[in-house]
Write a protein that binds this ligand. Structure first.
Ligand SMILES: C[S@@+](CC[C@H](N)C(=O)[O-])C[C@H]1O[C@@H](n2cnc3c(N)ncnc32)[C@H](O)[C@@H]1O
Length: 241
């Protein structure tokens, strides 16, 4: 049976509504509305020289990013966590032609992180952290740090408010961008996405993200990408040796 979790990590309903209609989000990816292509370029470069790695993908969605970032012939062990049924089904399909071994957990990544053990060489969190409450986000960075191996790489990309901007103003800019530029979504899809942003998105700013990485011992913190609408940022950071 499908399990859906709310933002506090307890069983509930609603949060994944937009993502249960995965076909709409596939359009977002296909038309590069949230800069997946540029994000893949960066992640691909980061993974290029790594061999036989273990990867944890938090809110993996359909794993399009990982599938496009890692060579099909490479050995790797992948664990994707997501609450959305459709997403996991597409993720399995997207990774079938890869040599790496893919596993999935259908559940809340925040709850599952506390139960996981082991050192991951790479942890990815893509467009999923902004759903957590602030205090859970703080704990999230500590959990990532615990699960990442020495010299491991943490890559996260997400909605980010500009310095001094309120979440509400950032969301207003987001609605405008969706309406003006996400042209291949039909009216229902646009409304579903805007409602999702309105009801569930809790983006933070750069200071919050960087401070939490620093506090939890991450080094070499870089922001190699920010999108042209100033809505989404990608960070790459490392665990020390
Ligand atoms: C915007 S999509 C991003 C998917 C993918 N990471 C990407 O970069 O395209 C957000 C994904 O995170 C999942 N998600 C959100 N909150 C989650 C949670 N607490 N636990 C597990 N999955 C979650 C959603 O179901 C959805 O698949």
């Amino acid at each position: 049976m499908m399990r859906v979790f709310n933002m506090s990590g307890q069983a509930g309903s609603g949060e994944s509504t937009f993502f249960e209609q995965w076909n709409s989000y596939r359009k977002v990816i296909k038309y590069n509305y949230m800069s997946h292509a540029q994000i893949i370029d960066v992640i691909r470069q980061e993974l290029y020289d790594l061999e036989d790695i273990s990867i944890l993908d938090l809110g993996c969605g359909d794993s399009h990013v990982l599938a496009c970032s890692v060579d099909k012939e490479k050995n790797f062990r992948y664990l994707g966590i997501d609450t959305a049924n459709d997403a996991i089904r597409f993720s399995e399909q997207n990774l079938t032609s890869h040599k790496g071994i893919a596993r999935h957990i259908h559940g809340d990544f925040f709850a599952e992180m506390g139960r996981l053990s082991g050192d991951f060489d790479v942890i990815i969190s893509g467009y999923s952290l902004h759903h957590l409450k602030r205090e859970n986000k703080e704990e999230f960075f500590a959990l990532v740090s615990n699960l990442l191996s020495a010299r491991g790489t943490f890559m996260f990309y997400d909605a980010e408010v500009n310095s001094g901007e309120s979440q509400s103003d950032c969301k207003t800019r987001t609605y405008r961008t969706i309406r003006e530029h996400f042209r291949q979504l039909d009216a229902n899809e646009m409304n579903a996405l805007i409602n999702h942003v309105r009801d569930y998105d809790l983006p933070e700013d750069e200071d919050f993200h960087v401070e939490n990485m620093r506090k939890n011992g991450f080094i070499d913190i870089k922001k190699p990408f920010k999108d042209k609408y100033d809505l989404y940022s990608l960070y790459v950071s490392k665990k020390p040796a």
